[in-house]
Design a protein around this ligand. Structure first.
Ligand code: PEP
Length: 246
């Protein structure tokens, strides 16, 4: 089964750095093997498009507004992303939840708007350190899924991706163990299957949080994840290419 690898560059890069990064990755990767997705800052989407030409790499936006047009200064709409050939969009990344105060109800509207425009939303869910310690992680995932499921129905998750990204693991150098990942994947699938078995079976679940090559080989075959969401490792062409070729 093909894996999905998303490289979230966050607020990093410039024309020169991005050109070098993509050229190096293009040299190292066999495209048929997996689904490789770059998530650049919005302003560089067009540059990335030009650099990848018609090669089979895909683009994921890091954010999107819930509106398609209007007086929303600084925003990018779902239809604009589609117009730029963007296929995926991150929704509810913990950095947006924390730094931009995005709440579940707002995130659910963005998810729905992205879906309606024809994008594939990548819903990021996960617990923070305190929630993990308190043993309420599953309650948190349920809330993060429910805000979409209860408002827009389970079919909203058809052809969508959920990225399990424990907040304590993002950028910390600590990764969830394969047992924790497996437990969460099972929880998500079982929960969604209560509403629709086929949607649950088909949904792609990724893991993200301090992923690097050494760690990923430990859990890739032991879990049912469909791929990984990379932050730091996506800026290192060697690391990104190695993970993308697994
Ligand atoms: C992320 O921000 O989505 C992420 C997974 O970051 P990192 O790999 O750097 O922990």
């Amino acid at each position: 089964m093909k894996k999905i690898i998303i490289g979230n560059w966050k607020l990093n890069g410039n024309t020169e750095k991005i050109t070098i990064l993509i050229k190096k990755i293009k040299k190292n990767i066999l495209l048929e093997k997996n689904t490789i997705i770059f998530s650049p800052p919005t302003i560089y989407i067009d540059l990335v498009k030009k650099l990848i030409r018609n090669k089979k790499f895909f683009i994921c936006a890091q954010n999107v507004d819930k509106n398609n047009s209007g007086s929303f200064t600084g925003e990018t709409s779902p239809e604009m992303l589609v117009d730029m050939n963007v296929k995926y969009v991150l929704i509810g990344h913990s950095e947006r939840r924390i730094l931009h105060k995005e709440r579940n109800s707002f995130i659910s509207e963005k998810f729905f708007a992205a879906k309606k425009a024809g994008l594939i939303p990548v819903l990021c869910i996960g617990e923070n350190y305190k929630e993990r310690k308190k043993g309420i992680a599953e309650k948190i995932y349920k809330k993060q899924i429910d805000c979409i499921l209860k408002k827009f129905g389970v079919f909203c998750f058809k052809n969508s991706i959920i990225a399990y990204e424990p907040i304590w693991a993002i950028g910390s150098g600590k990764s969830a163990s394969y047992k924790e990942i497996q437990k969460t994947v099972k929880f998500i699938k079982e929960y969604i299957s209560k509403f629709d078995k086929k949607v649950a079976k088909e949904i792609n679940i990724l893991y993200g949080g301090s992923v690097n090559y050494e760690k990923v080989i430990e859990y890739y075959d032991k879990t049912e994840i469909n791929g990984v969401l990379l932050g730091k490792a996506s800026l290192d062409p060697k690391e990104f290419s190695k993970i993308s070729m697994l």
